[in-house]
Design a protein. Structure first.
Lengths: 263, 244, 262
């Protein structure tokens, strides 16, 4: 047991097998990772490499087969809403609630007083730059706005870790680029530790302090890359040579094991 | 304009109907004419009004039971894929059964009073409501469930605050179908055996060949059913608007 | 993660379902045997089935069954072609649709069963009255199915056939019929089920013969064993018919779907 208190996330020798007997499928094999307070770590890999399974296990939605996940030094056995905020791919806002009510949702499940709930939700709305649209319903918001509301909802309980599962995967390229800038700003302002799962190489490099590259069959981490790009980061950095080199390096790693193009 | 035309057509039809009766083309022992219905209304209007209230109370009680049981059973069964898979074919099989054969059983158990109508009506409404709710709840996007659980919702909160709300459109259409079946079922059961209620009086006057009263009673049932259905549609539209 | 239903899972669910029904039957049986519930009110299942066996060998009850079956079949054989043809015509002719759909929609929402006393006033209490009532009751359920059947035909396929020079009758026979088959079959099923509903209610309301009449009589004379035996008969027969027809429907639907994909 090496519980160093400044590790917000400590995953050790995590494995996951679905099914049993002949049909057993090893989704994750011996995955370990640590994340220090305030860091932004991204996980990148081809589809089917188990990155979503990893995310579901850290969020406590799927039980582990082997290994151990600790958040703030405590082993988790189920969802940890007060420690982990989650942002999903398609925002998943409740359609019958306004933006503000959606942000309040995690608080409304507990016994937070209504006034405090609204106060905190409003602060979050301000943080994500949407303080004027709190009364709107999800279908009245653009895709980027919906995702920002989802980020605000993830942060409203002031979690130790914000878990983001391909949050910008469904957005068009321009909106996505704008969201990168927004997320960097939010990260800087809130200082929350972020674990960001993506299949976009550029995204993984541009946003993170550290990139974990995964491979499939079985899902595992094949390399850790420190991103030494300076912060605060500017969108202009996207065209820089250093970012390009890092991206190419990851591409080589992912493309090497099987250079066939799968359907 | 169109309302005026509709009114005009209605008056014309009624006049033609009355004229055919007066000319002796329609047999007054078989077909009631507007004037016969009006006379029946004058004579037995109070009885029928009291009976309407009696029937309405039965319908509302049966509805309260069918809605509560149907929605809660549907939501709880539909929340888990396995229980939906196991139970819903049983419920859909029950929908094919003419439940009216159970009515004599219910009467034998609970007597001829309103209780038997309420139970029979509730049973008729229960199956479609529960079945539609199950299919609505099991068709929702399961990622919302993951989302709610990750946000800290417990099982009850996931089922009632997220799944049931997402399935609301399906639940509403189940309620509409179930309720209109239930209204008919209550009147049907009164027609078979009862001591009061619209169905009872329709049957009573049929056996005495009081043709006007039979038609008047049927008209009242139609008005009652249309009114309740209209109310339901109105509520559904309001709810749709609210959740958009 | 995967929400696809494996055949194994479906069979497991069937097993559970059978277990559930069996368990229910067992509770029913023991509740009567151990007199948790007065067996006069809820006779044990074994006694009900024994009584059903006796009823089935009784020539008088068999006569009633024959009458009910004849009524149902007559209504069914008239109303299904009539309803499907009406639906087909309405869906094929916009003019007819415009003319008749308001009337049809009104009549569809009107509860038919409360008009049964009028049918009796008009036609008396006999075979034809019940058949006509059942036809009227089912007709308005089949017509929308017929309309939906025509609307379920992919217009692309019709255009394709026409472009290859198919005649109208070839289009009806080779495109319409196979494409609309699942919904035609569901019209057939609904026709049979609702004919039975109509006939049995009409028999219970006023009749001198038929299963429905017996059910009402035995209920009124508290002959619970005979009552439950007859109820059980109706329940088993309707469920069997419905499930069989539904299985055929599902099979047809799978065939049309797989045909459309290749």
């Amino acid at each position: 047991m090496n519980t160093t208190p400044h590790h917000v996330v400590d995953v050790s020798h995590l494995s996951k097998t679905f099914g049993d007997g002949k049909t057993a499928f090893r989704a994750l094999n011996d995955v370990s990772l640590q994340i220090k307070q305030g860091r932004f770590v991204s996980v990148v890999g081809p589809s089917g490499c188990g990155k979503s399974t990893l995310m579901q296990m850290i969020s406590g939605l799927v039980p582990t087969t082997q290994g151990n996940i600790q958040i703030d030094g405590k082993t988790i056995t189920g969802p940890q809403p007060e420690k982990i905020g989650v942002v999903f791919q398609d925002a998943l806002l409740l359609p019958w609630k306004t933006a503000l009510e959606n942000i309040e949702f995690p608080l409304s499940l507990g016994d937070t007083p209504v006034a405090e709930r609204q106060e905190r939700a409003r602060n979050m709305l301000k943080l994500v730059g949407l303080k004027d649209v709190g009364h709107r319903y999800p279908h009245e918001l653009s895709g980027g706005m919906r995702q920002r509301v989802a980020i605000a909802r993830g942060l409203v309980r002031n979690p130790s870790l914000l878990l983001m599962d391909e949050p910008f995967g469904a957005l068009d390229e321009q909106t996505r680029t704008r969201m990168w800038g927004e997320l960097l700003r939010i990260h800087e302002q809130s200082g929350t530790t972020i674990l960001f799962i993506t299949h976009s190489l550029v995204e993984s490099v541009f946003l993170a302090d550290e990139v974990l590259v995964m491979a499939s069959n079985p899902g595992r981490i094949i390399e850790r890359i420190e991103v030494d790009l300076p912060r605060p980061r500017d969108l202009k950095l996207l065209g820089s040579e250093r970012l390009g080199n890092l991206r190419n390096h990851i591409w080589d790693l992912i493309a090497k094991p099987d250079d066939e193009i799968d359907a | 304009m169109s309302i005026l035309r509709k009114l005009l057509i209605t008056i014309l039809v009624l006049a033609l109907w009355e004229a055919l009766g007066a000319a002796g083309i329609l047999n007054p022992m078989l077909v009631g004419t507007p004037s016969m219905i009006a006379r029946a209304a004058m004579k037995d209007g109070t009885t029928f009004l009291i009976a309407s209230r009696f029937t309405l109370v039965e319908i509302l009680s049966a509805g309260a039971i069918a809605w509560t049981l149907g929605i809660s059973a549907g939501v709880i069964i539909g929340a888990r894929a396995t229980s939906a898979l196991i139970i819903s074919p049983l419920l859909s099989a029950m929908i094919a059964v003419p439940l009216v054969v159970l009515y004599p059983v219910i009467v034998a158990w609970t007597g001829i009073g309103p209780t038997s109508k309420i139970i029979y009506g509730a049973a008729t409404g229960f199956f479609p409501i529960a079945l539609t709710t199950i299919s609505g709840v099991s068709a929702i996007d399961r990622r919302f469930v993951d989302m709610a659980r990750a946000m800290g919702a417990n099982t009850a909160q996931v089922i009632f605050q997220v799944m049931a709300r997402l399935a609301l459109p399906a639940i509403m259409s189940g309620l509409r179908i179930g309720s209109s079946l239930l209204i008919i079922a209550v009147v049907q059961s009164e027609m078979l055996s009862a001591t009061d209620g619209l169905g009872f009086w329709i049957s009573y006057h049929r056996s005495l060949f009081n043709v006007g009263q039979v038609y008047f009673g049927i008209c009242l049932v139609l008005v009652l059913a249309a009114g309740l259905n209209g109310l339901l549609n109105y509520c559904e539209r309001r709810l749709r608007l609210q959740t958009a | 993660m995967t929400h696809q239903l494996s055949t194994q899972k479906i069979w497991l669910a069937r097993l559970w379902r059978a277990g559930f029904v069996l368990g229910l039957a067992l509770v029913w049986e023991t509740s009567g045997r151990l007199a948790w519930i007065d067996p006069e009110l809820l006779p044990p299942l074994s006694r009900i089935f024994k009584m059903l066996g006796r009823l089935l060998s009784d020539h008088r009850f068999r006569g009633d069954i024959v009458i009910t079956v004849l009524e149902c079949l007559t209504a069914f054989l008239i109303v299904v072609p009539l309803g499907l043809f009406s639906g087909f015509s309405l869906a094929e002719s916009p003019k007819l649709y415009k003319l008749f759909s308001p009337v049809l929609q009104l009549l569809m929402t009107v509860p038919k069963s409360i008009f049964l006393p009028v049918f009796i006033l008009l036609f008396g209490i006999d075979f034809s009255e019940k058949v006509i009532f059942a036809i009227v009751l089912s007709y308005f359920i089949i017509v929308p199915t017929g309309i939906a059947a025509v609307q379920s035909i992919p217009s692309g396929l019709v255009a394709m056939a026409r472009s290859f020079g198919a005649t109208q009758s070839q289009i009806y026979l080779r495109i319409y019929l196979p494409c609309a088959m699942p919904l035609i079959l569901s019209g057939v099923r609904l026709g049979l089920i609702f004919s039975m509903h109509g006939i049995i209610f009409a028999e219970m309301y006023a009749s001198s013969e038929g299963i429905g009449r017996n059910i009402l009589n035995w209920g009124e004379s508290f002959d619970m064993e005979r009552l439950f035996a007859a109820v059980m008969l109706v329940l088993i027969v309707t469920v069997l018919i419905n499930e069989t027809l539904q299985a055929i429907e599902t099979y047809a639907r799978r065939r049309t779907l797989s045909g459309a994909m290749h």
